[in-house]
Write a protein that binds this ligand. Structure first.
Ligand code: DSN
Length: 490
């Protein structure tokens, strides 16, 4: 491979010694090593960097992890099997993985003030599955085993074990409806959660699009679920978890919170007191890569009573843990336990509020009239006569990356949708502030006002070419002031 195409050597030759950065070396060295086997994959990684540098990332569930997080993930730790949990493994040679996982657990507990953390889940969906199964084991299986006087399920007859399996299928889950902002794993019909549970959903209020705790209380008393689940992927307001726990206690439900979206706001102290789920929920699940800004992955926090059940996540459901990702999670938990991260978390919500207000000032229909967290939902059908899919695509053409999203009671369904969801975690990581949010609002609104639906099937659209061109230039100008990974020169 010639030096002219070797990004690492070019970088080293062109960079003054005191400016050389280990993160940049590590990234570029990785690219060169991948290139030796697969130039196409190396090219795609570089192209992804180019894409993220030239598009404004407004996807509410994405962020930019640090190069330290990325470096912890890309190494030989991927080669190690470590089924079990720290210092209790089904494989030999796990001493270093034991230390890594134990450190990640300790840091997660410190960061969130939790009794116990389980950091093996590979995603938020896996974290929810581990939590659901742990609750079923604790509340259904163990209670039945006790009544039957049996200690080990492996010793049970097929008929007796089937009694437990039958009982699992009858357990009720009450969770936020997908269209009201709940996640797929919260009982969506096309998801495993609706196979595992007899699912009941609560919705937001049809008028205000806000959660109505009085209506929810009534529904809880009617359904009496085993699991009462709070948390969301697309709800723009904060939730009073202290109050929700009181409601759960009234009917003896296990209170579970999925904080995947707002874990960074909890870690950074923006959601505190009654709005911090950790002291109130029996079980809290999360991802690590959204507002928390870590590697792609999941984790679960729980109160002491569920600790031993969570530790069975593997072999119960998860395959081998990913030691490289657990190492990166530990790095991210450490990064999040700093004054800088607190400031970052506060800025996410300041930016979100500023962006929502600027859109409202321009006449855009923002669901619930604003936001308390990192995300907002725009009704693009009502405001511009566009489906969410048309809005998403038109914006992407001009340099915005965001996603369409179903709105409460959406008549356009989950594929076309009537909404777009906007989040501020990534642009806040780049260092943008409230004045940039006003610019972004102007660009989005102007572009969508000059976009027309050109097909009855809610797919095709046309944007005024002059407006699209100008928006693209303005996005590039904005991004040039807030470069992504400026230390990496390609
Ligand atoms: N896909 C994530 C989101 O965008 O909200 C949730 O899993």
């Amino acid at each position: 491979m010639s030096n002219s195409t070797n990004l690492l050597l070019n970088y080293l030759a062109a960079t003054p010694q005191d400016k050389i950065d280990a993160g940049a070396i590590s990234f570029l060295a990785n690219i060169e090593k991948v290139k030796e086997i697969s130039p196409d994959i190396a090219e795609s990684i570089i192209n992804e960097l180019r894409d993220q540098r030239t598009h404004l990332k407004l996807i509410a569930s994405e962020n930019f992890s640090s190069l330290s997080v990325q470096a912890a993930m890309g190494n030989l730790l991927t080669d190690k099997y470590a089924e079990g949990y720290p210092y209790h493994r089904f494989y030999a040679g796990c001493d270093n993985v034991d230390k890594i996982e134990a450190e990640a657990v300790k840091l997660a507990c410190e960061l969130f003030g939790a009794d116990y953390a389980y950091v093996q889940p590979h995603s938020g969906a896996d974290a929810n599955m581990v939590a659901f199964l742990s609750i079923l084991l604790a509340k259904v299986q163990d209670t039945m085993l006790k009544d039957m006087g049996v200690e080990d399920i492996a010793q049970m007859s097929r008929d007796d074990f089937n009694k437990i399996r039958d009982a699992y299928g009858k357990q009720k889950l009450l969770a936020l409806d997908y269209y009201s902002g709940g996640h797929l794993t919260h009982g969506y019909r096309h998801n495993y959660s609706s196979i595992l549970f007899d699912v009941y959903s609560y919705t937001v209020d049809r008028e205000t699009k806000l959660l109505d705790l009085d209506a929810l209380r009534e529904q809880l008393h009617e359904v009496k679920p085993l699991v009462f689940l709070a948390g969301y992927s697309a709800y723009p307001r904060k939730i009073n978890f202290a109050k929700m726990r009181e409601l759960a206690d009234e009917v003896g439900a296990v209170f579970m919170v999925d904080m995947a979206h707002f874990a960074g706001l909890v870690a950074g102290g923006v959601f505190d007191g009654d709005y911090n789920p950790v002291p109130y929920a029996h079980m809290v699940t999360s991802t690590t890569h959204k507002t928390l800004r870590g590697p792609r992955g999941g984790f679960v926090l729980c109160q002491e009573e569920y600790k031993d059940y969570l530790d069975k996540g593997c072999p119960l459901f998860l395959g081998g843990p990913l030691p490289h990702v657990m190492a990166a999670k530990a790095v991210a938990f450490k990064e999040a336990n700093t004054p800088d991260f607190k400031e970052y978390a506060a800025n996410i919500t300041k930016n979100s509020a500023a962006l929502a207000q600027a859109l409202i000032d321009r006449g855009v229909s923002v669901i619930t009239g604003g936001t308390d967290n990192h995300l907002m939902l725009l009704d693009v059908q009502e405001t511009y006569g566009l489906s969410g899919r048309q809005g998403e695509s038109a914006l992407r053409d001009s340099g915005f990356t965001l996603n369409r999203n179903a709105l409460p009671f959406d008549v356009n369904g989950p594929w076309y949708t009537s909404g777009i969801r906007i989040g501020t975690p990534a642009v806040t990581t780049l260092g943008m502030g409230e004045s940039e949010m006003v610019i972004i609002a102007e660009l989005i609104d102007n572009l969508l006002r000059h976009t027309e639906s050109t097909s009855s099937n809610r797919t095709r659209y046309e944007t005024d070419p002059a407006v699209a061109k100008l928006a693209k230039e303005q996005v590039q100008e904005l991004l040039s002031r807030f470069p992504l990974y400026p230390e990496i020169v390609i």
